[in-house]
Ligand binder design. Structure first.
Ligand SMILES: [Zn+2]
Length: 153
């Protein structure tokens, strides 16, 4: 368990924020840094391969089955299913190798992204708990119905 799960439940209920625009901005910046240093591009321009991969990532993100409660893509357990294994590997490679460079050019953004990745564990815990609660509620309801039936007899 991360420290997040220990501290957060004591606060008021966590509101679900849409972090997708921020995540997209972080990914775009990271891709830029990677492409500029590896493929000799500059400014807002990316090489055709990086541009294509970035476009795929953005599209897949919009179709994320988790919706706005999604964990960040480079920490998600569905990255392979979403992007396909080849593109997922390229994506994770770019996100991984550019982390250091990213930190020096955009420290705050990098720290926020890191925090988001820690929050993933907490979000997963919450999602699992919700399912648990639903199952329990169903079981309770079934028990109650059984009782009612007995009472009628
Ligand atoms: Zn490139």
């Amino acid at each position: 368990m991360s420290i997040f799960s220990r501290f957060l439940p004591k606060r008021k209920p966590v509101e679900i924020k849409n972090n997708m625009p921020k995540e997209k901005a972080t990914i775009k910046k990271t891709f830029g840094i990677y492409c500029h240093s590896h493929h000799k591009t500059s400014g807002d321009k990316l090489c055709p391969q990086c541009q294509a991969l970035l476009a795929t990532v953005m599209t897949k993100m919009n179709r994320c089955p988790y919706g706005i409660t999604k964990p960040i893509c480079d920490r998600c357990d569905r990255t392979m299913q979403c992007f396909g294994s080849k593109q997922a590997q390229e994506f994770l490679h770019i996100m991984g190798t550019s982390q250091k460079r990213m930190f020096f050019s955009h420290p705050i953004m990098t720290v926020k992204h890191k925090l988001a990745s820690m929050g993933v564990d907490y979000a997963k815990y919450q999602q699992a708990k919700k399912v648990d609660d639903k199952v329990k509620a169903k079981e309770e309801a079934a028990k109650k119905r059984a009782k009612d039936r007995k009472a009628k007899k």
